[in-house]
Design a protein around this ligand. Sequence first.
Ligand code: SF4
Length: 356
Amino acid sequence: MTRSGSARRTRQRNKGKSSRRLELPLVADLPVPAYRLPKLVLAERRGSLLRPNPLSDFVDDDVLSLNHVSGCAMQCAFCYARAYPRYAGDAVLTLYAGAAEQVRRELTQRPTLPRAVYLCPSTDPFPPLMEVQRETAGIVEVLAQFRVESWLMTRGFIRPSIVDHLQPHADLIQVTFPFMTADEKLRRILEPLAAPTRMRLRQARELLRRGFQVQASLEPLVPGLTDSREQMVLLLDALKASGINSVSAAYLFVRPGIQQNVEKQWGPLGLAEPILDRYVDGPILPMGRIAAARHLPRGDRQRGYALLMALAAERDMTVHVSALTNPDFSAPPSPSIRHDRPLRQMELGQGKPWTD
Ligand code: SF4
């Protein structure tokens, strides 16, 4: 990992005290930065929408993926998609016009149909922009007409009218909600334009009640910040109260572009350096078909997962550790580790913030 001059100087100061962690500021003392929703524009999509799943070394090849939007409204610093060199920035979100109909044409032309399509590896299918939510629902409807499952992952809130639209296809829809914290202030810092955790939990419960398949993940765990006993207890209790008894979990991984975004967004708050410092001695590991990344040292991950599993077990909950983000775990840390699901996420013009 390349480090800024100040980080290197700090590391020099800490030489010989390697077990000492750089201290994180108290969340209560932090300001919450302001973020703006991007402007939505429409564009033609060149090339296929249905693509091989980038996670297909960890799920079967019968699962495709699809991004009908370029960019993401949520602006999470840790996001690997925002770190792609071709990422267009956060000011504009591009929705591919007629995506649902294009998916219909592509499915019609395929010799065999996929079992499922994962929406979306590089954006969120349910940002607070109604046009995008409508197009997502249209795509799911087309997939359902071909009896293809939709695997949706969102940090957003699915509007009630869209849930109603999806309802007839609930048996073919799996929604995964990633969560980071039950602390709303910290959530606004980490997932700036995502929906509040309590809204997502309420929606998860409602979707479960309505017959959708619902999964939850603790993703990403941020060392020193969201993996403390206190943070995990708050979040697990909130999940349990929402009817969720099983979660997957994955620690933050870092690439140069992710590091730059973390330094840019979390640096002014004093969060970036203590967090990134925990990765300096971590391994760079391959991640199947996606680019290798630097991970937290293995022992630190094992300790974090062990604490999470112990706290979950006290609540009759189970934890599945992500294989994708822990390729150096030679044996599954939990007998329940799984490989068959991705774990790892508007009127034209300006959207509206989430309303509870
Ligand atoms: S919601 Fe998902 S895709 Fe969007 S910025 Fe956050 S992590 Fe990235």
